[in-house]
Design a protein around this ligand. Structure first.
Ligand code: SF4
Length: 332
């Protein structure tokens, strides 16, 4: 979609018209394009949020502005409505064709990330014309569009069907589906490169890394439990459960809060292993950037022998703590 058209559409929104000061939150890949925004939003007091962000779960809470415009993500329904936030998703036009002959399924569940979510009904129609049986399912209350997958939520891919087709760039989302729903065959199609990838090998490679982290954790003593202060990622209650089961197992746990979960912030803490209750992306995509193993809450349960290791459980977020970081601050 033409970005200038997107900006003009925002200018028609009453919230934009009545705002004096506006904060703009951009994914990394869009930060170089701020000149268009500065030009189009001339006359407003603008501030660009420099911190990186990866989802609509990250809504800065204490900014001194009238309106926040967040680009690149759809709202997360169960976080409630934010009247002073415009979520501008930037969805791509349907300018690619799928080759039905390259899809080895007769029936499938159709999924994508937000970038292509608005095209899924049309893609479904085309695949059905090609002879496939296609299901497009709305996930739980954390997702906005039918078929939409988040890195922390694969509910739209659930169901009795055996096969899932994911449309989008990157491996993060289809890997989540392959890990969380291991009985299904997952095929990822990248509209930018035209590649079709069977996720089986990627899943096996990742699982072997996860099981070695679980094994290391089972032999460790000191655990740092990470809680995010981002409004849509805060799972303090889950961290408290992790703390309790670690204490009961005779380990030494402690809880750390962080906004951005990075190795630099953890280096000086005396943990052998970190249990991440923040965004699951940290454990999947950023795993190699940490100097000590980072595991999920479910992996901790496996490490302590509280869950069967033979059935890997993917970490998903549905509900966060009440109203997120605000409630976390209240409790302390
Ligand atoms: S928690 Fe992570 S995966 Fe979920 S919406 Fe936020 S950034 Fe995306």
């Amino acid at each position: 979609m033409d970005f200038k058209v997107v900006l003009r559409k925002i200018k028609e929104d009453e919230r934009y018209r009545s705002a004096r000061s506006i904060a703009v939150q951009l994914p990394e890949g869009m930060k170089r394009g701020i000149r268009d925004i500065v030009k189009e939003f001339d006359g407003k007091e603008l501030v660009f949020i420099g911190d990186p962000f990866w989802g609509a779960c990250d809504i800065p809470q204490n900014g001194n502005w009238d309106l926040l415009i967040q680009f690149g993500h759809s709202p997360i329904p169960n976080l409630g409505s934010y009247s002073n936030v415009i979520f501008e998703e930037i969805q791509e036009d349907l300018d690619f064709e799928l080759d039905v002959a390259r899809i080895p399924f007769k029936s499938l569940i159709l999924t994508s990330n937000v970038t292509y979510s608005n095209s899924l009904p049309e893609i479904k129609r085309k695949l059905e014309e090609g002879g496939l049986e296609v299901t497009l399912r709305k996930g739980d209350s954390r997702v906005f569009y039918p078929g939409q997958i988040l890195g922390c939520n694969i509910s739209a891919a659930r169901g009795t069907e055996n096969n899932v087709l994911f449309i989008g760039e990157g491996m993060f989302h289809p890997l989540g589906i392959a890990l969380g729903l291991q009985e299904k065959n997952v095929l990822a199609f990248n509209p930018k490169t035209g590649e079709y990838v069977d996720m089986e090998n990627e899943k096996r490679r990742f699982l072997s890394q996860r099981y070695s982290a679980i094994d290391f954790a089972s032999r460790s003593k000191r655990f740092g439990i990470i809680v995010s202060t981002k409004v849509g990622q805060t799972r303090y209650s889950l961290a408290r459960v992790a703390y309790k089961i670690l204490e009961e197992a005779g380990k030494s746990p402690f809880i750390i809060t962080l906004d951005l979960v990075r190795d630099e912030e953890l280096l000086n803490f005396p943990a052998e292993v970190y249990v991440n209750t923040a965004c699951p992306r940290v454990t999947i995509e950023d795993y190699g950037t940490f100097s000590r193993p980072v595991i999920t809450f479910y992996e901790l349960q496996m490490a302590l022998g509280l869950k069967d290791k033979s059935r890997y459980i993917f970490d998903e977020i549905v509900m966060t703590d009440e109203i997120g970081s605000a409630s976390f601050r209240k409790r302390n």
